[in-house]
Design a protein around this ligand. Structure first.
Ligand code: GCB
Length: 633
């Protein structure tokens, strides 16, 4: 038992100081449907202070106590308005040179004015939404604790109606300390950017509002005609109401009866519905009205399903010509601009892709909106990466919440076709249970999309036999034959030994190459070596009937603290394109030619030669006969 002491001081002695800030957790169920809603952004200049020792929480800075009960001035350790300024959203590592490698606690605060649009109490409800903050985030408004959120990549909301005044101070603590029980845990192969790096917004809503709204084309329904549209509605309160669904371009105006705050209806898709495909990404403006509330979204209609070893898009087999991608920019970290994201998809399309794997955590929702518009299929993933604390129930709850938050956020996006529940976890009993629970969670939250995960190969036995495959609809496989596994000849044997009855996506293969470094195909880190790995990989994988897609690692070089060799200079160099997005390495053309051939596009060789200028050229024919170098890198 803890011994009481007469002179203890909670601000310095209390080891459990954070316990009182664990309540009011924002979770997927407290989300808001925000599409088509107007918001008031709190983005902009915030005062900030590095708070390595969590003194803000320990000493209650948010209470702004400048004097004691008798009005005598107190010494204070903070000065909000005089603190330096940072423009949010951003990754703090990119904001100031001295924060480049900072991990830990940070306090952000600003003042803002807010004018209620109605004098009638209870008429207007106001919610704060933060697009993403890495990793533990706590919000205080006008000296009161509002709530907290765990997880670095998904949005979260709090109702702040009763705390708002005309003049407000908001204070947010954000802690990106890596911990073994978090998702991801301490060890990853990407940079742990800190900060509130997606928008901070206020939404004004009516007393009863639309919390969630889903609309999709039912899988399997195209076989029997025009397909069925499934619509679901969730209101903020358990009331009865009549909602109205409007899709003007399809002539739909449909009343939806809501009972106890929920509704689910199905209707036959109208004649003239044009299915969404990557080649023709048709989107329809969809509005849902209910009482005083209304939301609108741009939605594409398509089905995605698995049949035997096939992946069917709109009922037809599709090969997923993909590439993996991190959310990372040399200049902005994870806080990419619309232009950055559009540029990424444009380069993926130039590569011949119809598919991208957004690794290893939920990227901004803007990415899936752009993919909807630009026509690219997506794999979205939660950061259940490597050695998660699979035995820890709190870790499972955290992972499951991140998964639900991602699904709620993006389930109306036609581009998103796969939910991935993790990457490269060792096949233990605890991990099996943990991941099966996540697979079930994904299916319960969204029965319309297949579930996958990137599994490891059993190299000693030369077979893909991860037990998790049983729980997946599509098996993702990471293999680095030609790189971490120098002997390439093992790959055909693995593929032959693996008797897989589900579609497989080779979710990773690749090799490192320093942009502009040339040599022969046996010399690691040269573009020639990387191109040779791509040539051999595509030759081998292209001939395996159960392989229905691939997302080689990776589109761009990315920041990576584990990679300290002078050559890598804290970057992972497996990109097909340099980190500044300017230089396409030779392997880019190899994959591009392969994808063009698969897509039945004009002669890839010709295209290749058209583009060739010395540095982008492929090595001479027959180069691969030389084989790949062996030995560890
Ligand atoms: C992997 C991981 C990925 C790494 C990559 C590499 O298997 O899934 O996150 O970055 O290998 O480059 O080693």
């Amino acid at each position: 038992m803890k011994q009481e002491s007469r002179n203890s001081d909670a601000t310095i002695h209390d080891a459990d100081y954070a316990a009182i800030f664990e309540g009011c957790k924002a979770v997927a169920e407290s989300r808001l449907f925000t599409a088509g809603r107007r918001s008031e952004a709190l983005d902009g200049d915030w005062n900030y202070a590095v708070d390595q020792y969590d003194t803000c929480l320990r000493a209650g800075w948010y209470k702004e106590e400048y004097s004691d009960a008798q009005g005598r001035p107190l010494p204070v350790d903070f000065s909000f308005d005089d603190w330096p300024v940072m423009h949010l959203p951003c990754c703090w590592n990119m904001a100031e040179p001295e924060l480049k490698l900072y991990e830990g606690g940070m306090v952000f605060t600003r003042r803002f004015r807010f004018k209620s649009k109605t004098a009638e109490a209870g008429k207007e409800r106001v919610f704060l939404r933060i697009g993403a903050a890495n990793y533990v985030c706590r919000v205080f408004l006008n000296k009161e604790y509002v709530g907290m959120h765990r997880g670095g990549s998904t949005p979260f909301c709090f109702e702040v109606t009763d705390l708002l005044a005309e003049d407000n101070r908001i204070l947010i603590t954000c802690d990106n300390t890596r911990r073994d029980t978090q998702v991801p845990m301490r060890n990853t192969d990407w940079f742990n950017y800190g900060g509130i790096y997606r928008s901070i917004e206020l939404f004004r809503l009516p007393a009863v509002f639309i919390r969630d709204f889903g609309i999709s084309l039912r899988r399997g329904s195209l076989e029997h005609g025009r397909g069925m549209l499934d619509v679901s509605v969730e209101l903020s309160d358990k009331t009865d109401a009549a909602a109205q669904l409007l899709i003007p371009r399809l002539g739909i105006s449909q009343e939806i009866p809501v009972h106890g705050g929920k509704a689910e209806i199905s209707m036959e898709a109208p004649e003239g519905l044009q299915l969404w495909t990557p080649e023709d990404p048709q989107l329809y403006g969809v509005t849902l009205r209910c009482g005083e509330d209304s939301v609108t979204d741009d939605v594409g209609f398509r089905t995605i399903e698995v049949s035997g070893t096939d992946i069917l898009l709109n009922g037809k087999p599709v090969f997923l010509r993909g590439v993996s991608c991190h959310e990372d920019s040399e200049r902005r970290g994870k806080a990419l601009t619309t232009e950055d994201r559009t540029g990424i998809i444009t380069i993926a399309k130039e590569l011949g892709c119809n598919f991208m794997r957004l690794a290893h955590y939920p990227h901004s929702e803007e990415m899936s909106r752009l993919a909807d518009r630009m026509g690219i299929l997506l794999w979205e993933e939660v950061p259940v990466y490597w050695a998660i604390a699979f035995e820890d129930p709190d870790t499972l709850e955290d992972a499951s919440n991140q998964l639900r938050e991602m699904i709620c956020r993006d389930r109306n996006r036609a581009s998103v076709i796969i939910w991935s529940v993790g990457n490269e976890n060792a096949d233990t009993d605890a991990r099996y249970r943990f991941m099966c629970t996540l697979a079930d969670t994904a299916r319960n939250s969204d029965p319309t999309r297949p579930v996958s995960a990137a599994c490891l190969v059993n190299f000693p036995r030369e077979v893909i036999d991860d037990r998790l495959a049983d729980a997946l609809d599509i098996i993702g496989v990471n293999e680095y034959c030609g790189w971490y596994i120098p002997d390439f000849s093992i790959l055909p044997r693995i593929l032959k030994n693996s008797r897989l009855t589900k579609p497989v996506i080779i979710s990773e293969f690749g090799a490192g190459a320093k942009s502009g470094k040339h040599g022969n195909v046996q010399e690691r880190w040269t573009e020639e070596y990387q191109a040779e790995v791509y040539r051999r990989q595509t030759e081998t994988l292209g001939g395996i009937p159960y392989i229905k897609g691939m997302t080689p690692w990776i589109l761009f070089d990315f920041r990576c603290p584990r990679r300290t060799s002078v050559l890598q200079n804290y970057y992972n160099l497996k990109g097909l394109v340099s980190a500044d997005r300017r230089h396409r390495k030779m392997a880019f053309s190899v994959l591009q030619a392969f994808y063009r051939k698969l897509a039945g596009s004009p002669d890839p060789e010709e295209t290749l030669h058209e583009k060739t200028d010395g540095s982008d050229a492929c090595p001479a024919d027959g180069a691969h006969e030389n084989g790949l170098a062996s030995g560890a890198h």
